[in-house]
Design a protein around this ligand. Structure first.
Ligand SMILES: Cc1cc2nc3c(=O)[nH]c(=O)nc-3n(C[C@H](O)[C@H](O)[C@H](O)COP(=O)(O)OP(=O)(O)OC[C@H]3O[C@@H](n4cnc5c(N)ncnc54)[C@H](O)[C@@H]3O)c2cc1C
Length: 358
């Protein structure tokens, strides 16, 4: 019987201790965004308090596939249509820079990073046309990409162990800055300070940064981020290579990779049941799990047992881009969230943008 738990193990460190009454900066949320904010603050010699209601990486950051992809969730041709050529180019460049920056911050730490490139496999004629066009546009815009048959190759993409990444950045934070199992229940922003309510305590903060991704609107409803459940499974090592590179397909609704151990990680199929997947509920469902497993057996030829089945909650925005900056109507409150399923590609430098703006 498979575990209904993420494949990635929790960070081994635990963080706690009494909360101070005051803090210059409070970060809410301990995923990749929260620990990236701590990293950039430390570079600026600024201190902060990070409050996480579960353990670090208990949200999407500890439940994802670990693809480090350039660009937004849509392919480049669609992004050019949505945002315009110049903006699409800027976004692609930003995510490549994010990849470089996060890996150089961790260059001596093993976080399972491999800049092996990814393949985007067309699942239909319509997708094939868009991928071919994407390759042309990317090349014209000075980026590396090529199209061959049904596949768009992005050689600058890569893969990572997302929990190891969060744990490594957390270890770099100053002692006493991280507090796990602290649920922030409300924020009251006044002209000079923000009161952060934490069950039966209150911390008075100079600045609050929301690194709460899918859950941001539960604390601040004016930030328009809505939840989407994404589901995955892991299969015991297959003794041959069935997947050479992390693969993304069907407009990003299917993705799979194989670890060096032979383990297969496969996820997606949310588009087969859109209405049930707009939820904060992070339990896997039989309907989607059956589809993922059927694909793994029939298309990838995987014959080993499923060891883990899990789901996580992504944060989606109205325009498909992260929300990074001050929250309107709430002085001293900032948001850094809403990555539309691509936080590994965006979060580290989005966090830097917020810190640089303080
Ligand atoms: C199944 C799945 C597969 C994915 N695959 C990929 C992928 O391959 N590549 C990629 O780039 N992205 C992927 N994503 C998306 C990626 O995981 C997210 O974009 C990224 O992890 C967001 O990081 P975050 O730190 O902003 O949010 P999270 O990791 O969700 O962290 C937010 C944290 O805030 C905490 N929190 C919320 N409310 C409160 C509160 N009131 N008080 C205290 N703490 C609070 C939560 O407990 C949580 O730990 C995937 C997501 C899922 C679910």
């Amino acid at each position: 019987m498979a575990h209904t738990a993420p494949f990635w193990s929790h960070p081994s460190e635990h963080y706690g201790g009494p909360l101070p009454d005051k803090a210059e900066i409070v970060i809410v949320g301990g995923g990749i965004t929260g620990v990236s904010l701590l990293y950039h603050l430390k570079k600026r010699r600024m201190r902060a308090l990070l409050l996480e209601r579960g353990h670090l990486a208990s949200g999407a950051s500890g439940r994802n596939a670990g693809f480090v992809l350039a660009g937004v969730a849509d392919n480049y041709a669609t992004a050019v249509g949505t945002y315009g050529r110049e903006r699409a180019r800027e976004i692609w460049g930003f995510t490549l820079e994010n990849h470089d920056a996060v890996t150089s911050a961790l260059k001596n730490v093993d976080v399972g990073h491999n800049r092996c490139g990814t393949v985007i496999l067309a699942a239909s004629d319509a997708e094939r046309v868009q991928l071919e066009e994407s390759a042309e546009l990317l090349t014209d815009d000075g980026f590396q990409a090529h199209f061959d048959g049904d596949v768009l190759y992005n050689p600058r993409d890569g893969e990572i162990n997302p929990t190891a990444l969060v744990a490594a950045l957390a270890r770099m934070a100053p002692d006493g800055s991280i507090h796990e199992h602290v649920n922030v229940t409300g924020l009251v922003a006044e002209s000079k300070r923000v009161f952060v309510h934490v069950e039966d305590e209150t911390v008075e903060a100079g600045i609050v940064i929301l690194a709460t991704n899918a859950w941001t609107s539960l604390l601040v409803p004016s930030v328009k981020i809505s939840p989407r459940r994404a589901q995955m499974l892991a299969m015991a090592p297959v003794d041959r290579v069935t997947v050479e590179k992390p693969t993304y397909s069907d407009f990003g609704y299917r993705y799979w990779r194989q670890l060096t151990s032979g383990v297969l990680l496969i996820g997606g199929w949310r588009n087969t049941s859109m209405e049930t997947e707009e939820t904060f509920d992070d339990k896997p469902t039989a309907a989607i799990q059956e589809r993922i497993e059927a694909f793994a057996r029939s298309e990838l030829g995987a014959d080993t047992p499923v060891t883990h089945r899990w789901a996580g909650t992504m944060g989606f925005t109205e325009d498909g881009l992260p929300i990074v900056g001050p929250v309107e109507g709430m002085p001293h409150v900032f948001a850094c969230a809403g990555y539309n399923g691509h936080g590994m590609g965006f979060a580290f430098l989005s966090a830097k943008k917020v810190i640089d703006s303080l």
